[in-house]
Design a protein around this ligand. Structure first.
Ligand code: GLC
Length: 442
């Protein structure tokens, strides 16, 4: 990837953000798309949504959880596909400010998170599933479509004028309309004029009018022609040749609050973060707050555990750099920061030594970062052997060993090819040392 501009370095180095999917849909407890997926009665959904009043919403508490989790930024759904706005929009009265709460939730969010030292972002859905003009587009209902498109542009303008600096703008729900239909180029120009430093994601609509298109087709089809400052692989961790951020749920599938949803364990969530860091990208980890405005306890516990781990091992995660230098996949992951190679170990086997193949660079010193203990280092041409590892796992999450190398860590060519790709004959001599027969003792 080419050099990251200075104004976006916080993103490239921060690595870890919080995604918050919250709105009246939380009352149904079946995820953020319940209106659309279940084609609920529109009038009834709207009636209940106008009464929604999450009195326990305290974004200062949310921000504390995020900071303690080691997150560097957060993105809140200012409006999802159901059309309800969490800010005081002058373009509609379907807002938290005009309805029961009488509060500007977006403003409170932005202020609280900034005060906690985090960068702030807003998710905004193009789609408003209530609006026939959205579904029909310019071909079907030209006037309604045009009014709705202007509404969208107007709302984005509101969010970028009345609320101070917004670091990230996160579009979604452009499907089934194209960039041309949304006038995405104009939209982006307006946004950059208002907020020159803003990072805009890639979900700005299809390149061609694509009534039959699928939202992820653009993502899958190759990214070069796509606009936006960063890619957003969803439920997947794949590197892109630009800034990117994998968004992941902390439950099994849904983004919005879901009653009885199953939670992924802290180590599962942490593995997402490590894998993103290995591939040089970010993790945007989602929480769906409850209808009364609190984070589910399951999330808080996991966030806390990850934060404690990052307090000790953060140097292996934050900052630019990749990983995956040599053959280590059976043990865990490797990240590189300068001349340090970090081994993030998935399981602790309890033995006194750990043997890693293929590292060409000389190692000066090895430290078990988790406890600060210095480890013994022996290095032959092909193998690094670390000694003095404790029998008990030093943390319930992933222990990390920092290898302080003489130069930027590099592998021998055979190890770059990994076990299955290098010349198989390098194993011949090693095998022949035993003999040449399938029989034992002949
Ligand atoms: C999908 C879903 C949407 C969610 C988004 C987050 O596009 O449609 O509900 O907000 O993913 O990336």
């Amino acid at each position: 990837m080419s050099e990251v501009p200075e104004r976006w370095r916080w993103f490239a180095e921060g690595r870890f953000g919080l995604f918050i999917h919250w709105g009246p849909y939380s009352m149904w407890g079946r995820g953020e798309q319940v209106l659309l997926r279940e084609r609920l009665d529109q009038a009834e959904y709207e009636r209940r949504s106008c009464l929604w009043n999450p009195e326990r919403y305290d974004p200062c508490e949310w921000a504390r959880v995020a900071r303690r989790a080691g997150m560097k930024y957060a993105v809140l759904t200012s409006r999802h596909h159901d059309g309800y706005c969490l800010w005081d929009s002058r373009l509609t009265d379907y807002t938290s400010a005009a309805q029961a709460p009488r509060r500007d939730f977006v403003r409170e969010f932005l202020e609280a998170f900034r005060a906690e030292g985090l960068r702030v972002g807003l998710y905004y859905s193009f789609m408003d599933a209530r609006i026939p003009g959205f579904w029909e587009g310019p071909g079907g209902l030209p006037e309604e479509w045009e009014a709705f498109r202007e509404y969208v542009h107007g709302q984005v303008r509101e969010l970028l004028t009345g609320y101070g600096k917004v670091d990230v703008f996160w579009f979604d729900g452009a499907w089934p309309r194209s960039q041309a239909e949304w006038k995405s180029r104009e939209l982006v120009e307006m946004m950059r004029a208002l907020q020159p430093d803003i990072l805009i994601n890639n979900r700005l609509g299809h390149a061609e009018p694509a009534a039959a298109g699928d939202e992820h087709a653009v993502e899958d089809a190759g990214l070069a022609a796509e606009p936006g400052d960063f890619g957003t692989p969803e439920h997947r961790i794949v590197a892109e040749d630009r800034l990117w951020e994998s968004c992941q749920v902390s439950t099994q599938r849904l983004w919005g609050y879901a009653i009885g949803e199953r939670w992924r364990s802290a180590d599962h969530l942490l593995s997402f973060l490590v894998e993103a860091a290995v591939r040089g990208g970010n993790l945007l980890l989602n929480v769906g707050p409850t209808p009364d405005g609190t984070f589910p306890q399951e999330f808080v516990e996991r966030a806390e555990a990850i934060g404690q781990w990052l307090d000790v091992h953060g140097e292996a995660i934050y900052g630019q750099g990749g990983g995956d230098v040599t053959e280590f996949i059976t043990y865990g992951w490797q990240t590189v920061r300068g001349n340090n190679l970090y081994l993030v170990i998935r399981f602790w086997h309890g033995g006194e030594t750990l043997r890693m193949p293929g590292l060409k660079t000389r190692v000066r010193r090895a430290v078990l970062l988790t406890s600060g203990q210095e480890l013994g280092v022996e290095q032959s041409r092909d193998f690094l052997t670390l000694r003095g590892l404790p029998a008990e796992p030093p943390t319930p999450l992933f222990p990390v060993i920092r290898l302080e190398c003489e130069e930027a860590p590099e592998a021998w060519d055979w190890a770059k090819g990994r076990l299955w790709k290098h010349d198989p004959r390098i194993n011949t001599q090693w095998a022949a040392a035993r003999g040449r027969t399938v029989w034992v003792g002949r």
